[in-house]
Write a protein that binds this ligand. Structure first.
Ligand SMILES: NC(=O)c1ccc[n+]([C@@H]2O[C@H](COP(=O)([O-])OP(=O)(O)OC[C@H]3O[C@@H](n4cnc5c(N)ncnc54)[C@H](O)[C@@H]3O)[C@@H](O)[C@H]2O)c1
Length: 335
């Protein structure tokens, strides 16, 4: 069984190239969303604590099964730890044998960026050039680099209530071709944006901005609110927007949509990908991709990474599963 460490994923992305890696994951995710009905899908299993959440996220088709262990602890950075860390496992359905265990902190940031862009391909205006991001923590640069790989972005406005996070973000992206504009407040960032990414971490109900603060035709990738009681918008903005989610049963518990009746959700993302429903209809609509993170996205990136790791011969083969001449003689291993 293959073990992929943080260093293996770093090395893989350096060798494949970040844009090319995003394209691999985009292709796989689009294909998987278009085969939605062939998957065994379920909401994630979450245990909530007053300071955070720990979740298990399973998904399977006829040949592969995956699950991710992931947390969400917004207070961690103050203690020098990440808010979100994850591990993933991929196994073959035919035998139930695990094929790979991978680090998934980087993979979560990468797949969250890809699914945000996948939704934006259907929901953002084609002429979108200006992006704003609120919350410049661990996920932020992944979002920007992925959006910039698929949209010809010219200007990125950014705001975080933590100045150090803003400086880190600017330093990481300063060599890129788009213009970076550090903003003094949220309104300055979002008022002229075509696409807004909200990636804040706070275990409470926030209202980052309201409908009158954004221009007609804006698309919002709302990814920070992903737990009961952890939201980024008031219901007013949601009521006036076209809302697309990943998986309704999960989003009604965890997403911005927890504040709305279920009939205010326009579609699940797979319906746009499969062309069952159109995405954006005109240049005036406000669209919201209410992303909480869904297990199918982890499945897609894990299968891509497994295939690439085989191609590039990355990862260690560790003996975590017994290999026996007689599969009934497990006891023989310790006798
Ligand atoms: N939808 C998904 O699939 C998905 C995936 C990964 C992470 N997330 C969520 O995205 C959020 C960001 O994750 P992260 O790993 O970047 O966290 P992080 O803690 O590294 O960064 C979050 C940033 O938000 C800032 N922030 C909090 N409240 C703010 C406010 N009101 N205005 C401006 N900035 C504010 C913080 O200062 C911090 O810099 C978390 O809530 C996480 O749970 C969602």
């Amino acid at each position: 069984m293959k073990i992929l460490t943080v260093e293996d994923i770093r090395s893989l992305i350096n060798r494949v190239g970040l844009t090319c890696f995003f394209q691999h994951v985009m292709d796989a995710m689009k294909l998987d969303f278009s085969h939605w009905s062939e998957f065994n899908l379920s909401s994630r299993h979450a245990i909530h604590y007053s300071h955070g959440v720990i979740e298990l996220m399973p998904c399977s088709d006829k040949s592969l099964y995956s699950f991710k262990y992931v947390n969400g602890h917004p207070g961690n950075p103050a203690k020098g730890q990440l808010s979100v860390v994850a591990l993933g496992l991929l196994s073959e359905v035919s035998s139930g044998y695990p094929l790979m265990i991978s680090e998934m902190t980087l993979l979560t940031a990468l797949r969250t960026a890809v699914v945000g862009v996948l939704a934006a391909k259907y929901l953002a205006r084609r002429d979108a050039r200006k992006l704003a991001i609120i919350g410049t923590g661990a996920q932020a640069e992944f979002q920007i680099m992925c959006f910039a790989s698929f949209f010809p972005l010219e200007e990125i406005r950014f705001y975080d209530c933590d100045n150090l996070a803003m400086r880190k973000f600017e330093k990481n992206l300063t060599a890129e071709s788009f213009k970076l504009i550090a903003c003094q407040n949220i309104n300055e960032a979002v008022s002229s944006a075509d696409i807004i990414v909200t990636a804040t971490a706070a275990k409470k109900k926030q209202c980052l901005f309201d409908l009158e603060d954004v221009a007609p035709g804006t698309h919002i990738h709302a990814m920070g609110g992903d737990c009961p009681g952890k939201t980024e918008f008031d219901v007013n903005l949601l009521e006036q927007s076209k809302i697309v989610v990943e998986y309704v049963p999960q989003s009604l518990i965890e997403g911005e949509s927890q504040q709305c009746p279920s009939d205010s959700i326009y579609a699940e993302l797979w319906e746009l990908v499969s062309k069952k429903k159109p995405g954006r209809l005109n240049a005036q609509e406000i669209t919201v991709f209410d992303s909480v993170g869904f297990a199918l996205e982890d499945f897609s990136i894990l299968r891509v990474v497994y295939a690439l790791a085989e191609d590039y011969q990355l990862g260690a083969d560790l003996a975590l599963i017994p290999v026996l001449d007689d599969p009934k003689n497990l006891y023989g291993l310790i006798r």
